[in-house]
Design a protein around this ligand. Structure first.
Ligand SMILES: *Cc1c(COP(=O)(O)O)cnc(C)c1O
Length: 411
């Protein structure tokens, strides 16, 4: 981590402004000025391999020409109209999302993951309204965003610290434990919400039998099954949605579909956009006036997201995400086998992986960055790999070489 004392004059010129004018809600380091693909350069001219991807956002890496061209063309046409009018980019993007989800549904556009989850919470309340049901069962160690409801949905105490009192209706159950989820359901429960792969808590995939069991449980109890796909969706696992990949690997799940899905992060390839897919049979719960946002689905952001979909399809990035994920996992597994004293676990699917280490994750993350590799810490013991979906064999190999070198050094 760059501390003020070690910062160069160039860095200090930026950091000093943050120290005076930006609210201190992040532990930050390094000043970045430019990126290309999976590479990024700081203000001192130092190059890094970016395997954090802006926290699973930069699906095509930095400065991708397809996003640039789509946005430049849209900038010359129409940037924003509000949702009082129809625009073609929003219509085409909704069609894409429904097609890739593989079940009939409708899309609402917003600007972030937390906002997408807010609509899921309101969806649950609408669904349960007549029956006096308004609560959600969510999973321990989950993450659902930083809005007031999002922090109460999140299964981690630390995000709620001194933001009480709690919002009514949110209860938490252990992830991948169907019996515990069933036991947590109360007469107030309207929905169950889970990530397909828990991201912030260190890349923990849902088991196929858990997902199928939740679907059955929700059907039996009249509850909505909601998926937070903000981090694990958008082709990161080699399929559009992580559950499609998880169920495919388990040899089934063709007919599985949740009732609602929250998306954001990689959706716009770096441009802020979120979306919620709602199963067609529930679409009637919403009418004009029941939900809204000024910016959501603005043509500029939709043009960027359409460019991401087109590029993923055209360049076979679903296959690449799988291939690079296997390459990464096999290299990390070799390291774990050689140094079980340092690497305790390796987990992941596609371009979404983590190592659990016996050292402090924040400090190790700083050492990796010093060595030229950006990862994302999860808690105190895990480091996440969330690279662009178009990384190359050489970049994956370089990242693994740096990890092996740093983790086998003293520490
Ligand atoms: C990042 C994230 C969110 C919050 O998204 P924001 O765009 O930061 O509001 C919600 N859920 C999951 C699973 C996430 O990873």
């Amino acid at each position: 981590m760059v501390r003020a004392a070690q910062a160069t004059a160039a860095e200090q010129s930026v950091i000093a402004l943050y120290d005076r004018f930006v609210l201190n809600t992040y532990r930050r380091s390094r000043v970045f000025v430019r990126g290309k693909g999976a590479e990024v350069w700081d203000i001192n001219g130092k190059r890094y391999l970016d395997f954090g991807g802006g926290i699973a956002v930069n699906a095509l890496g930095h400065a991708h020409p397809a996003i640039r061209e789509a946005m430049l063309a849209q900038l010359d046409q129409l940037v924003h109209t509000s949702n009082l009018y129809y625009t073609l980019p929003q219509a085409l993007l909704a069609e894409k999302i429904v097609a890739h989800t593989g079940a009939p549904g409708r899309v609402f556009f917003c600007n972030s993951g937390a906002e997408a989850n807010e609509l899921l919470f309101k969806f649950a309340r609408r669904h349960g309204h007549g029956a006096g049901r308004f609560g959600l069962v969510t999973m321990l160690h989950s993450f659902h965003g930083r809005t007031l409801a999002g922090i109460h949905a999140t299964g981690q105490e630390k995000v709620r610290e001194r933001f009480g009192p709690p919002l009514p209706g949110f209860v938490h159950a252990p992830f991948n434990d169907l019996a515990a989820v069933e036991a947590a359901i109360t007469p107030e429960t309207a929905a169950v919400l889970t990530e397909g792969i828990q991201g912030e808590s260190g890349i923990v995939p849902a088991r196929a039998d858990f997902l199928l069991g939740l679907r059955d449980l929700c059907d039996r109890r009249g509850l909505l099954l909601l998926i937070d796909a903000v981090q694990c969706g958008m082709f990161r696992t080699g399929r559009f949605q992580s559950w499609q990949r998880i169920l495919e690997d388990a040899g089934g799940g063709g007919a599985f579909a949740p009732d609602g899905i929250a998306m954001a992060k990689s959706l716009g390839g770096g441009v802020p956009i979120g979306a919620v897919w709602i199963a067609e049979k529930h679409a009637g719960l919403f009418q004009p006036g029941s939900h809204g946002t000024t910016f959501g689905g603005t043509p500029l952001a939709c043009a960027a997201a359409l460019a991401v979909f087109d590029t993923v399809e055209r360049e076979g990035l679903m296959q690449n995400a799988r291939r690079q994920g296997e390459h990464l996992m096999s290299r990390l597994a070799v390291l774990a086998a050689r140094r079980p004293d340092v690497v305790r676990d390796v987990r992941g699917l596609g371009c979404m992986a983590a190592i659990e280490i016996t050292r402090d994750a924040l400090e190790t993350n700083g050492q990796l960055a010093e060595a030229g590799l950006l990862l994302i810490p999860s808690g105190t013991r895990a480091l996440r790999f969330l690279p662009p979906l178009n990384i190359t064999d050489a970049e994956t190999a370089e990242a693994c070489d740096i990890v092996a070198r740093v983790l086998q050094g003293s520490g």
